[in-house]
Design a protein. Structure first.
Length: 172
C-alpha cells in the first residue's frame, strides 16, 4: 500500500492535517467508475511546460495513465520522466508529483486493461501496450503506451468537509 512517509499541514487557518488515506481511498473508489479527467504536466526538452488531459486509473495502489507513443507527452516523458498528475476528486483536489515510467510487463498490462474495461474502456494488450475500439483523437495509432507514476509528493486541497490542505511525501 502506498503510504506517505511524511505529512505537512498546508492549511493556514488552523484546520487539521489530512491523512493520505483520504486521497488514496478516493482514487481507489472513484477510478475507473466515475467520469474524471486527469491532467498530466510534463517538461519539453527546451524547458517549457506541457499539460494534457488523460484517462488515468488507480490500480493496486498505483496511478496509471495511457499515452500515444507519438504524442508530445510521451516524447517529453522519454526525455524526462518527471511529471505532475492532477485531478478533481469528489471533495478533494489532488496534484501528484513523481516520475512516470512506461510499463511493458504482460501481467501488469493485463491487470490494468481489465480495470480500464470495468470503467467502460475496452482496452486489450497489444505489442507491450494497449489497443481498443476507440481512443482520444490525438493519441495516434495503437499500440498506446501505459505509464506508472512513482509518487514523490502529493498535495490535496479539500473542497468538502472536513476541509484542509496537506502535502504528503513518499519514500523514493
Amino acid at each position: 500500500m502506498t503510504e506517505a512517509t511524511e505529512t505537512k499541514n498546508l492549511d493556514r487557518s488552523g484546520l487539521a492535517t489530512m491523512p493520505w488515506s483520504r486521497a488514496r481511498d478516493l482514487l481507489a473508489t472513484q477510478t475507473p467508475h466515475e467520469n474524471l479527467t486527469f491532467f498530466v504536466g510534463t517538461v519539453r526538452p527546451d524547458g517549457r511546460p506541457h499539460a494534457a488531459g488523460v484517462g488515468a486509473i488507480w490500480v493496486d495502489d498505483t496511478l496509471y495513465f495511457v499515452s500515444g507513443p507519438g504524442t508530445r507527452r510521451a516524447r517529453n516523458l522519454a526525455a524526462n520522466p518527471a511529471c505532475t498528475v492532477s485531478v478533481r476528486l469528489r471533495g478533494l483536489d489532488v496534484t501528484m508529483e513523481g516520475e512516470a515510467r512506461r510499463v511493458t510487463d504482460a501481467a501488469t498490462l493485463e491487470r490494468v486493461a481489465a480495470v480500464y474495461g470495468e470503467g467502460g474502456w475496452p482496452a486489450t494488450v497489444m505489442d507491450e501496450g494497449f489497443t481498443a475500439p476507440f481512443m482520444a483523437p490525438t493519441a495516434g495509432p495503437a499500440p498506446w503506451h501505459l505509464y506508472r507514476l512513482a509518487l514523490h509528493h502529493a498535495i490535496g486541497v479539500a473542497t468538502a468537509e472536513p476541509y484542509g490542505a496537506s502535502r504528503w511525501d513518499f519514500t523514493r
